[in-house]
Design a protein around this ligand. Structure first.
Ligand code: CAA
Length: 257
């Protein structure tokens, strides 16, 4: 499938999606988000893909929702446009998604990165929620995911006063997994994705689901859900294979069953 606003390709077991509106700093408009959702669904359905990387370019991961598209919209247009709802396509993906962020990750761009499961940042990365400077607030999870990630104090400063975080600050505050030299950010994200894609697929899927549940459930219910998922994996061929391979001192051969 070919797209106009993104590039999508397979790198062995990793699906790579690159946002491709460089002249607009990858501003997220409806067509781009629709294509992103379609590419994610295609990789989700593809058994050969074990993990996904979403990247922008060196200058910008994404500078936010497309302000030119939104400027004259009414509340009803926003509601009917299902624009922000397209972010839900990311939440629906069961495979791990890594954001490879270089340059600006602002507004919806920061929210897109935070919707992913992990973030690899180049030294140039800048994270911010500048919506207050254009008369709105984050609408695609910024107030919620940012607060979970960096805590109330920093989230308040970012949402209320457009404080931007450097890559190093983002690492210190727990927003990103690692900061790497500029020329390495995409390769590092692809290598991390390839490593995860080499793990037992069902275990990876349930591991992701359980970590995400930690944000939804009280501890006692989260612990119960985790235990059921743990027991469930003993019904898989990969659990038998993984433990037998350990005992036989050999590499496991995963079937995803
Ligand atoms: N929407 C539409 N176009 C955008 C854009 C955006 N979010 N961000 C940048 N662009 C466009 C600019 O209009 C410009 O286009 P033209 O050449 O046609 O004028 C081009 O990208 C390059 O941008 P700049 O000339 O502004 O580049 P710069 O280096 O001087 O500044 C910047 C870079 C600081 C990122 C600046 O572009 C900027 O502030 N962008 C907007 C950031 C923002 O407010 N994002 C939040 C959007 S709202 C949102 O995301 C809501 C939500 O939660 C869902």
């Amino acid at each position: 499938m070919t797209y106009e606003n993104i590039l999508a390709e397979k790198r062995e077991r990793v699906g790579l999606i690159q946002l491709n509106r460089p002249k607009a700093l990858n501003a997220l408009n409806g067509p781009l988000l629709s294509e992103l959702a379609a590419a994610l669904q295609a990789f989700e359905a593809d058994e050969a893909i074990g993990a996904i990387v979403i990247a922008g370019n060196e200058r910008a991961f994404a500078a936010g929702a497309d302000i030119k598209q939104m400027a004259s919209a009414s509340a009803v247009d926003m509601l009917k446009g299902s624009f922000v709802e397209l972010f839900d396509a990311i939440r629906a993906v069961t495979k791990p998604i890594i954001a490879a962020v270089s340059g600006y990750a602002l507004g919806g761009g920061c929210e897109l990165a935070m919707s992913c499961d992990m973030i690899v940042a180049a030294e140039s990365a800048k994270f911010g929620q500048p919506e207050v400077t254009i008369g709105v607030i984050p609408g695609a999870g910024g107030t919620q995911r940012l607060t979970h990630a960096v805590g109330k104090a920093i989230a308040m400063e970012m949402v209320l006063n457009n404080r931007m975080l450097s890559a190093e600050e983002a690492l210190r505050f727990g927003l990103v997994n690692r900061v790497v030299p500029q020329e390495r950010y995409l390769d590092e994200a692809l290598e991390l994705a390839a490593q995860i894609a080499s793990r037992a697929p069902l275990a990876v899927r349930l591991g992701k689901e359980m970590v995400n549940l930690a944000f939804e459930l009280p501890l006692s219910q989260g612990l119960d859900a985790e235990r059921r998922a743990f027991y469930f994996l003993f019904a898989s061929e990969d659990q038998k294979e993984g433990m037998q391979a350990f005992i036989e001192k050999r590499e496991p051969l995963w079937k995803g069953r």
